[in-house]
Design a protein around this ligand. Structure first.
Ligand code: SAM
Length: 419
């Protein structure tokens, strides 16, 4: 299925480079559909005005929400059959655009979803535009920054994002193997230095090991150069991939845990679950007050995983026999705890955080005399099911689970702990 990226800008010509190179070829080959729109086509006055003075005063102009609203309504409706859409709003005040975000967006585009990039100019776009579309149940809005500097407009960011996403689509890069060891990949390292012919140039020789033909030695050399380079140039990346510190949660962790829950809960839900329902669930059950009371409760055990001193994941065990009848029927009589929460921030998904958290949680359960742990996982969440299987959980049945106005069908999985 060919994916679709729409870019809205007052300088459509700025996006002409997307006709060149790999992205241009992907478009020609029908692997990707890119449409560039002129925001001024939706302006209503003679001068095609798109901006106005800021409320509250201050320098510069702000882009008008009515013009942006008309443009985005049309661009989003142009592809009405698409269930999943993401509106990206480039801004230096946004979350950082990363390789893992590029991967997420490539998955969306690959699955036939629509990615719309709204390029701001001047002081940016009236904040109500992002707020308004974020309320739509099938639209995700993400305000993203491509780096800690300020550009004049979102077009360069749109070029960056489109290229980073497009090269991950199947068929765009001739040899997909070249994506595997790249910088910012799953190893969390910068790539090792690379060389080609001639073997000797201006007195500089290619390292002997690379010409040895010994693939074992070459692999070891490359890995150690990658680690060395990352430590020297980007120690922050190494810190992110440092082993997590997992410990029992304390009262003071309630806010940080609520923050992780708010940022991860929706990811564990089915994609078609209305955002309102997920948000309502988080607001009711996973707010700091509710978590503080769980932290005080004798039958709740919470663990947190910290990386570089920040909480990046947590688990919650609810001790005791399951209350729900449909769960009691399928789990063993000795089921002594539910793993009711297991959330890790998405940027740490490919690290050891989740595995360490799970290992520590199961050993804490065991220490408390629990013989068997069960959990409910959404039937559509295959990533989580794979993770639980890897940690010894097996599917034993199903249960109904209410999220907001919807009742979801979960698989029930269980794992016995060695006594
Ligand atoms: N007043 C804004 C601020 O300080 O956050 C800066 C506005 S900037 C001059 C104009 C536009 O350039 C933004 O609306 C955005 O589209 C784009 N832009 C600038 N820097 C960016 C960055 N680092 N990442 C993504 N977009 C950026």
């Amino acid at each position: 299925m060919s994916g679709r990226i729409d870019i809205v800008s007052i300088f459509p010509g700025y996006l002409d480079p997307l006709e060149l190179s790999l992205v241009g070829k992907a478009r020609q080959d029908g692997l990707l559909d890119v449409a560039v729109h002129d925001l001024r086509d939706w302006a209503t006055d003679r001068h095609r005005t798109v901006d106005d003075t800021p409320f509250g005063g201050g320098a510069g102009m702000v882009m008008r929400p009515d013009v942006w609203g008309a443009a985005l309504d049309d661009v989003l409706a142009a592809d009405e059959t698409t269930a999943r859409r993401t509106v990206l709003v480039p801004t230096p005040a946004g979350e950082r655009f990363t390789q893992s975000m590029a991967e997420e967006l490539a998955l969306l585009v690959c699955a036939g979803g629509q990615l719309v990039i709204a390029c701001g100019r001047y002081e940016g776009i009236d904040a109500r535009v992002a707020e308004h579309y974020a309320e739509h149940e099938h639209i995700a809005v993400r305000e993203v920054s491509i780096g800690d500097y300020v550009l004049n407009g979102g077009e360069v960011a749109a070029l960056v994002i489109t290229e980073a996403v497009a090269r991950l689509l199947p068929g765009v890069i001739g040899n997909p193997q070249s994506l595997v060891e790249e910088s910012h990949g799953s190893a969390g390292l910068l790539e090792y230095p690379v060389y080609t012919k001639p073997p000797s140039w201006r007195g500089l020789d290619v390292p002997e090991v690379l010409r040895s033909g010994d693939h074992g030695r070459i692999g070891t050399w490359r890995r150690s150069r990658a680690v060395e380079r990352t430590a020297r140039r980007r120690p922050d990346l190494l810190a992110r991939h440092a082993p997590p510190h997992v410990r029992l949660a304390k009262g003071v962790d309630a806010e940080a845990i609520a923050d992780v829950a708010a940022r991860t809960f929706a990811l564990a839900c089915p994609p078609d679950l209305p955002a309102d329902d997920a948000e309502a669930f988080v607001a009711e059950h996973l707010n700091a007050v509710a978590l503080r009371s769980a932290l005080r409760s004798r039958d709740r055990v919470l663990l947190v995983a910290e990386v570089a001193g920040a909480v990046v994941g947590f688990t919650m065990l609810a001790l005791g026999r399951p209350e729900a009848e449909d769960v009691r029927e399928v789990v063993s009589d000795r089921a002594g705890a539910e793993l009711s929460k297991c959330y890790v921030l998405s940027e740490h998904h490919r690290s050891s955080v989740a595995a360490e958290l799970m290992r520590a949680t199961l050993s804490e359960a065991q220490r408390r005399g629990v013989h068997s742990v069960w959990l409910g996982v959404n039937q559509g969440n295959e990533r989580a099911q794979r993770f639980y299987r890897k940690h010894g959980f097996v599917r034993v049945g199903s249960r109904r689970f209410a999220v907001g106005s919807r009742t979801e069908s979960d698989y029930v999985m269980e794992r016995t702990l060695a006594s």
